[in-house]
Design a protein. Structure first.
Length: 260
DNA sequence: ATGGTGGTGATACCA
């Protein structure tokens, strides 16, 4: 069972890319971030034509998340972090094939020390509390999404720039990610790859993709109960080479023994 | 230190 995550940076613009990639990569479950679409504009009929059911929580202009699945029903849909009042559509969770899928569009945070940065840390704290409880109910869990945090120095093109003072790599952000790992949520990519320089996001500016000046900030985390089934993980760079691409590439994990 | 590009929507804001 292949489970993927992709920040599409406007599903309105990127729908043709999503359609092409669904055909190419044939994921079973997908978490999408930054749809930037209100729910009445979500292209669920187009996706149904490709064999995917979808659930979604969107808003105009900013944020917006969705979960797609083929072959299986999408049940127990939860929008937002329970008990955390937030108008921003950043979280959707659902049960697919006996597995809890949590799709996160983590707050960017703008710059270290700003109000948005404080919001990011508060938001991550709320996610930690919520997932701690959620894991009791659903031990078989995948938490995926755009985390807007590069786990360690292997995950940035230039650690001298992307350091403790920088957004996406500051110590407090990395500690927040470590606290999620402490719940028994394992970065599937790192279960299989120890290499540096493999990224999932490249800024549109400065020809960053051509120069591979990127960060690995899109992650699939698997719970203790699923860890042994995580047979492979990877990053699909190809859609980032297409015309008018998202600034993010899709990332994925394949779970063995997950009967379709 | 600044600004570079892109999405939204019509202007700044967000990333």
């Amino acid at each position: 069972m292949k489970i993927a995550s992709w920040n599409v940076n406007s599903l309105n613009v990127r729908l043709p890319h999503l359609e092409q990639w669904l055909r190419d990569a044939a994921p079973d479950v997908v978490g999408i971030q930054e749809t930037k679409l209100e729910d009445n504009k979500f292209p669920d009929a187009v996706l149904a034509g490709l064999g995917y059911r979808s659930v979604f929580a969107g808003q105009k202009t900013y944020n917006g998340v969705a979960i797609l699945a083929r072959e299986h029903a999408i049940d127990e849909v939860c929008i937002g972090i329970p008990g955390f009042d937030d108008a921003q559509r950043r979280v959707i969770a659902a049960t697919v094939n006996g597995m809890r899928v949590v799709n996160l569009y983590v707050v960017n945070g703008q710059d270290v020390g700003t109000e948005k940065y404080e919001y990011k840390l508060r938001w991550l704290d709320a996610v930690h509390s919520w997932l701690s409880e959620e894991l009791q109910k659903h031990p078989r869990m995948v938490v995926l999404g755009d985390f807007n945090i590069a786990p360690d120095d292997r995950d940035v093109h230039d650690p001298a720039v992307w350091n403790d003072g920088h957004i996406l790599t500051s110590a407090a952000e990395r500690q927040a990610l470590q606290r999620l790992a402490g719940l028994g949520l394992h970065d599937a990519y790192r279960l299989h790859h120890g290499d540096a320089g493999q990224f999932s996001w490249w800024d549109y500016r400065q020809a960053a993709f051509r120069r591979n000046m990127g960060l690995r900030i899109d992650l699939t985390l698997v719970s203790d109960a699923l860890r042994g089934t995580a047979a492979a993980a990877g990053i699909d760079r190809e859609p980032r080479t297409w015309e008018r691409p998202s600034d993010h590439a899709p990332v994925w994990v394949r779970l063995a023994g997950q009967a379709l």
